[in-house]
Design a protein around this ligand. Structure first.
Ligand SMILES: *Cc1c(COP(=O)(O)O)cnc(C)c1O
Length: 220
């Protein structure tokens, strides 16, 4: 087994254990391998080991490396997990199958326009600033109902919520809150959990975990 295949098997095993403890089906949980900063030669071994969902945080970086990798493996599913500027919405919609960072009115309007124009419907998550932190991306918890209503009015289907809990504090209450907000709004998907806390996130309802370091090693 390659080192990448070993890391992948370990993460998949821990996800399966956490799902079992929570009496969830492991098939409900999508592992997104966060490949930001890693180049194609670092990514190929994970693809060879069977990984198909990948996450990037910058449109430009993804546009530079994924067309070639996708030509080699057409069933790759690409997730944008970083902040999106409205003027890059068109490029993002062309490149990504899912966007986890819908967080404001102007972006909802830009996405509605470019999705209609391109005839594409990427899976969309509203990012919630779940700890109500200053300086953090995401829609304020209090503004979520209005943003969801606006997306609906604009013809955008929102599939779920995404959050990055505050650093250096116990993440579980924030995962539980995101799960509750998604439930309240009838949204089926929850994108939460990274290398340090994805097992907790799975136990608390994550449908998508975004794991970089545990699969690729530390970023340079
Ligand atoms: C980088 C990143 C991750 C992955 O973080 P790791 O700790 O390396 O697993 C997950 N989500 C987002 C939004 C990120 O930017």
């Amino acid at each position: 087994m390659s080192e990448a295949a070993e890391r992948l098997a370990e993460v998949q095993g821990l996800i399966a254990d956490a799902a079992q403890r929570a009496q969830r089906e492991v098939g409900e949980i999508c592992l997104i391998a966060v490949s930001k900063t890693h180049d194609a030669p670092a990514i190929r071994p994970l693809i060879a080991a069977g990984q198909r969902h990948f996450g990037e945080n910058r449109v430009q970086e993804a546009a530079a490396k994924w067309p070639e990798l996708r030509a080699e493996t057409p069933d790759i599913v690409l997730h944008l997990i970083g902040q999106l500027q409205s003027n890059k919405a068109e490029e993002a919609v062309a490149l990504f199958d899912a966007i986890h960072s819908v967080d404001r009115s102007s972006l909802v309007q830009a996405l509605a326009k470019v999705c209609a124009k391109a005839g594409r419907r990427p899976q969309l998550f509203v990012q919630v600033n779940i700890g109500d932190e200053e300086q953090k991306g995401g829609c304020a918890v209090a503004d979520l109902p209005a943003l969801l209503a606006e997306a609906k009015a604009a013809g955008l289907e929102i599939a779920g919520l995404m959050a990055i809990p505050p650093a250096d504090v116990e993440p579980a209450p924030f995962f539980a809150l995101l799960d509750e907000l998604a439930e309240r709004h009838g949204l089926p998907l929850r994108s939460m959990g990274m290398s340090g806390d994805y097992e907790t996130a799975v136990m608390l309802g994550a449908t998508h975990v975004r794991v970089g370091t545990a699969l690729f090693g530390a970023r340079g």
